[in-house]
Write a protein that binds this ligand. Structure first.
Ligand SMILES: [Zn+2]
Length: 172
């Protein structure tokens, strides 16, 4: 397994609408494993393929904490929410927007359909952090970021700060 380079805003790959995965090969399995390692290394709850520069519909998630963390990581290929219910407020962060947190309104429970890296279909009913994380990661597959949920003025300010920060990084 290898740790991958995290793409951060305003990297343009984060704005792309990702393509469906159609080939379920060794390369896909390796990408999923590398994404999990990258997610754990960065202490993330989830990670979407565009966050490592791959514009494909693939996400990894582990909503467990403490000793349970790492025991049952989830890999969802071409995930699709087919049912949802209720509203929950959640304070979300994103590895591609370091240090930003946004109070989000998400669906409280979701039923998601996805494929495993081997191409096997499965369905998952989830709530709490797992449901929130799945919605957050699926947003990434549409090129959508936490930033987009902020009021317009705040959004422009935050976007400008991130761009400036990136420019400074590139100068060094
Ligand atoms: Zn994110």
């Amino acid at each position: 397994m290898a740790r991958l380079v995290l793409r951060t805003y305003p990297d343009s790959v984060l704005r792309e609408e990702c393509a469906e995965v159609t080939v379920f090969d060794e390369k896909l399995a390796r990408l999923a494993a590398d994404m999990l390692e990258t997610m754990y290394t960065n202490d993330g709850v989830g990670l979407a393929a565009p966050q490592v520069g791959v514009s494909r519909r693939l996400i990894v998630i582990d909503a467990a904490s403490g000793e349970e963390r790492g025991k049952s990581p989830l890999v969802l290929v071409n995930p699709k929410i087919i049912e949802s219910d209720g509203i929950v407020e959640w304070d979300e962060g994103c590895l591609s927007l370091p240090e930003l947190s946004v109070i989000m309104q998400r669906k409280a429970t979701v039923v998601v359909q996805a494929l495993s890296p081997a191409g096997e279909p499965f369905e998952l009913r989830c709530e709490g952090l797992l449901a929130v994380a799945i919605q957050h990661e699926i947003d990434h597959l549409e090129g959508k970021l936490l930033l987009d949920y902020l009021p317009p003025l705040k959004r422009r300010m935050v976007a400008r700060d991130f761009r400036k920060k990136k420019e400074r990084e590139l100068e060094v």
